[in-house]
Design a protein around this ligand. Structure first.
Ligand code: AHR
Length: 512
């Protein structure tokens, strides 16, 4: 890997030429893994305006809706090809009692959302509303069960209510509430952040609770549950070790949460006002997910060399200060081109470990943290992160093509090494090869030579996401500041692909 003297210069002291040269080598002969579409998963929590106002406005709203779901948002999410949606939290899940969210809406009890701003929750969006939304979107539901404050019986009965066909009291109750056929529910989380908001447990104790709760979550009438243990936060390798030792293959997957924040101390910083150095530092923090994942995987490999237990990064993304003037408990933040890079670089990493990482859920789908979508009354904005997910959805369920990248790097604040190029490639079921490339550099365009490793290509087309400033974003009165455009900077020359990539840009190429 090229690593010039310049690359070890401190940020700010660098003087690079206007045009950099990098190479990407693709190894199709080493391809043997599929990129699970579930790494493009989303997360919807009862938090701020994610559900209420974001996805759901209710049947009586003047905002155009179908059975209470916003038409604009549903269309945008269908275009995105959302494979899986996690609900009802997050921290909210461990205080959620599902029976409060079924039956006639006027009879549903209210509760205080203690985790998120003390907002009063009226439970008008419950199990039926969520599972019907998944059917509308054509995605798998991922139910996050209450272990922190709920009982084993409560979780067992929820599974029965959702998935039992007939002859059971819970199936009867579901039918009385208007749903004859059970839903298919594959993904079941047994608690969330059980080391923190999900019960402040120690890993040994949680392991036993997992074993107990999961025992009573049954497979009814052909529905096969895929059970997910509440996993570690970031660098907590002991949590993963203890779960692998004590739960092992009783779980189908174990989760990992990793957020990209600005400061070492967990401080966050503004979503839209940041320096160039802050930007590179953020990219460094985002990329640190790779060594973190590698360490968790190494522990998993020790206990599970055949890779029967999956790693699910079921919360990830940027976490900035909330927008001024909004409820600090609602985690509403803007989303700039910087967020788009965190999305593309993270997805590149998830693809690389696709033999172990089978799902990832960005936090969250609307109006919370690194959202796909922002809404205000009847207005909707698609964020730069949304566009990355859209440009990247060609990689869903495609064969991962291993790659190597040689490029310049920056060392930021003497600590974090940030490569200027990130990339991923795949071949889909129709034989089309897609290559996504991010040029992280704020100032330098890149001439990239791509060695296709024998892949045949006659034509190349592409889409590019970039903008004048890295802090640019889409807002309700300026919706199209950062949107994908057609890209003409790629050419096939004697079997090789040459790409000229502007500074701070993300492209996806299609080879035909
Ligand atoms: O996504 C916001 C919160 O972050 C989730 O509720 C929780 O699981 C995590 O701490």
């Amino acid at each position: 890997m090229r690593n010039t003297l310049l690359s070890i210069a401190l940020f700010g002291a660098m003087s690079l030429s206007a045009q950099q040269k990098s190479t990407i080598s693709i190894y199709p002969d080493k391809a043997n893994q599929t990129i699970n579409k579930e790494v493009y998963g989303q997360f919807a929590e009862h938090l701020g305006t994610c559900i209420y106002g974001g996805l759901w406005v209710g049947e009586k709203s003047s905002i155009p809706n179908t059975n209470g779901y916003r038409n604009d948002v549903v269309k945008a999410l269908k275009d995105l090809k959302v494979p899986v949606l996690r609900w009802p939290g997050g921290c909210f899940a461990d205080e959620y009692h599902w029976r409060d969210g079924i039956g006639p809406k006027e009879n549903r009890p209210r509760m205080v959302n203690n985790n998120w701003g003390g907002t009063v929750e009226d439970n008008s969006f419950g199990t039926h509303e969520f599972l019907n939304l998944c059917e509308l979107l054509g995605c798998e539901p991922y139910i996050s069960g209450n272990v922190g404050s709920g009982t084993v019986e409560e979780l067992a009965k929820w599974v029965e209510y959702m998935t039992a066909e007939q002859g059971s009291p819970m199936a009867k109750l579901r039918k009385e509430n208007g749903r004859e056929k059970p839903w298919k529910v594959k993904f079941l989380g047994v608690g969330n952040e059980s080391w923190g908001c999900g019960g402040s447990m120690r890993p040994e104790y949680y392991s036993d609770l997992y074993r107990r709760y999961s025992t009573y979550c049954r497979n009814f009438d052909g529905n096969k549950l895929y059970k997910i243990a509440s996993g570690a936060s970031d660098y907590d390798y002991d949590w993963t070790e203890t779960l692998m030792k004590n739960i092992g293959q009783r779980m189908d997957g174990v989760s990992l949460h990793y957020y990209t924040v600005l400061g070492w101390d967990g401080s966050k910083g503004s979503a839209t006002k940041f320096t160039d150095e802050d930007y590179y530092w953020t990219i460094g923090k985002c990329l640190e997910i790779e060594p973190v994942i590698k360490k968790h995987i190494a522990i998993m490999d020790k206990y599970d060399p055949k890779k029967q237990v999956d790693l699910l990064v079921d919360e990830w993304g940027t976490w900035w200060d909330t927008e001024p003037g909004t409820n600090p408990g609602h985690l509403y933040q803007q989303n700039t081109l910087r967020d788009a890079f965190v999305a593309s670089l993270s997805l590149d990493v998830f693809h690389k470990y696709t033999d172990r990482i089978k799902m990832a859920n960005i936090a969250q789908v609307a109006n919370v943290l690194q959202s796909m979508i922002l809404t205000k009354d009847d207005k909707m904005v698609l964020t730069p992160t949304y566009y990355v997910f859209k440009m990247y959805n060609v990689h869903q369920d495609a064969t991962y093509l291993p790659i190597e990248i040689a490029c310049d790097k920056k060392v930021v604040r003497g600590e974090r090494i940030v490569p200027m190029i990130s990339s991923t490639a795949s071949k889909d079921k129709n034989g089309l090869v897609h290559i996504s490339i991010s040029n992280v550099s704020l100032n330098e365009s890149e001439d990239i030579q791509i060695n296709l490793g024998g892949l045949k290509a006659n034509k190349v087309k592409g889409e590019i996401l970039t903008s004048k400033n890295i802090s640019d974003y889409n807002d309700f009165d300026k919706k199209d500041v950062v949107t994908p455009k057609s890209f003409n900077g790629a050419k096939i020359v004697k079997g090789n692909l040459n790409v000229s990539l502007p500074a701070k840009s993300i492209v996806t190429l299609t080879l035909e």
